[in-house]
Design a binder for this molecule. Structure first.
Ligand code: MG
Length: 389
């Protein structure tokens, strides 16, 4: 196994629920469910005290309350979580410039280049955990490994407050007993397909004849065999080097309200647009991913008349795509995602006959918004229509 790189995967423990317990001391030590307490409500986060009863995020709130009748239900305060998230990523930035965000509370950090200055992987991980504890008063679980796949797997093994290393010394003990669905890209459908071949664990996959796998999995077979052996070459890609920037949201229950979906989408576009501007990019193309309840996935894209980094421009394109889809084929949605693509460095604007005359105003609004967000957190300002996800 190539151990040249040191990658951390940091994942906060029950992030939303832990922030509620931090802000409201009376909730500490109690089972807490964060989410909307209504008939269609879904658990956004369950505190560790609620988990022994079987409560999990993405579960219908009604089910969670039945499992844990003593739980305190509190509503989502996305703006507060975003504010804590900004502080968290500032801590990450002190350990390496190579930070790839996966969500508000999760990131890959390539610390290979930081080792000489900051110590080996476990030392860096311990210091990072300590800073998160001291400055945010929250706990993180950290996985340390030579690649992204193993680092993410590792951070999940000893939650909460975990610190787990996977390397050549233990990879062949840890991987084989795990279910194949722990491999990236192996979802429930492929899991079942593999189970019909008698392949249920990563160890089973390692032992399966390569030609059998190739005949059933096609070109992907090689990729899964490599993962099963703990091999993964994908780089940690910070926004500044990204070819695309995206946000996705999976609903615990299929979302049947187009209005609600639109507001989640607008929120995603705002977050993506902010990252596009922070990276100094403009996007030439936007795309929307919609996954339906039966796992059918629809992708629709639009190429923009000219590259943009304004929230307004990106939102208009995203809404146009969504509305066109919703108008003729709306169905309840499991997942929605927005991507800004074909990113190019933001060069000084050329005078363009087709430039929207309102463009300078939109840029001024975005610049002001970004400054407010940088100072007061993401919740401080939102366009009409955007609501907390
Ligand atoms: Mg987390």
């Amino acid at each position: 196994m190539d151990e040249t790189r040191t990658i951390l995967h940091v994942d906060m423990d029950a992030f939303f629920a832990s922030i509620e317990q931090l802000d409201r001391p009376e909730l500490r030590g109690k089972p807490v469910l964060v989410g909307y307490d209504g008939p269609r409500g879904v658990v956004a986060a369950a505190s560790y005290e609620a988990r022994p009863s079987g409560c999990r995020s993405a579960m219908p709130m009604a089910v969670a309350k039945r499992l844990c009748p003593d739980a305190v239900v509190v509503s989502v305060r996305m703006s507060r979580y975003s504010e804590v998230s900004d502080k968290l990523f500032k801590v990450f930035d002190d350990f390496s410039p190579l930070v790839e965000p996966l969500s508000v509370d999760e990131a890959f950090i390539d610390v290979t280049g930081s080792r000489q200055l900051l110590g080996d992987g476990p030392t860096i991980a311990r210091n990072l955990k300590r800073r998160v504890r001291d400055e945010l008063r929250l706990t993180a679980s950290v996985g340390i490994a030579p690649n992204k796949f193993l680092a993410k797997l590792a951070s999940d093994l000893q939650k909460p407050d975990g610190l787990t290393r996977i390397g050549s010394e233990n990879v062949d003990a840890i991987l084989p007993p795990l279910p194949v669905t722990r491999l990236w890209g192996v979802g429930p459908v492929m899991g079942e397909r593999l189970a019909t071949l008698g392949i249920r664990t990563i160890g089973d996959l390692r032992l399966a004849p390569a030609d059998l796998l190739a005949s059933r999995l096609g070109e992907e077979a090689e990729h899964y065999i490599r993962l099963a052996h703990g091999l993964d070459d994908r780089p940690v890609t910070p926004d500044s080097q990204a070819r695309s920037i995206s946000h996705e949201h999976t609903f615990g229950q299929d979302m049947a309200s187009a209005e609600e979906l639109r507001s989640v989408l607008v929120r995603q576009v705002e977050a993506v647009a902010r990252r596009v501007r922070r990276g100094g990019f403009k996007a030439q193309r936007v795309s929307l991913k919609i996954r339906l309840g039966d796992f059918k996935t629809i992708s629709r894209s639009a190429t923009l008349a000219e590259p943009t980094d304004t929230t307004h421009g990106l939102t208009q394109s995203a809404r146009a795509i969504f509305d066109a889809w919703a108008a003729d084929s709306f169905r309840p949605v499991r997942l929605i995602g927005f991507t800004a693509e074909r990113l190019s460095a933001d060069e000084p604007a050329q005078l363009n006959l087709f430039t929207d005359p309102k463009q300078p105003r939109h840029q001024a609004i975005d610049a002001a918004t970004d400054r407010i967000v940088a100072r007061f957190g993401k919740g401080a300002i939102h366009r009409g229509l955007a609501k907390d996800e």
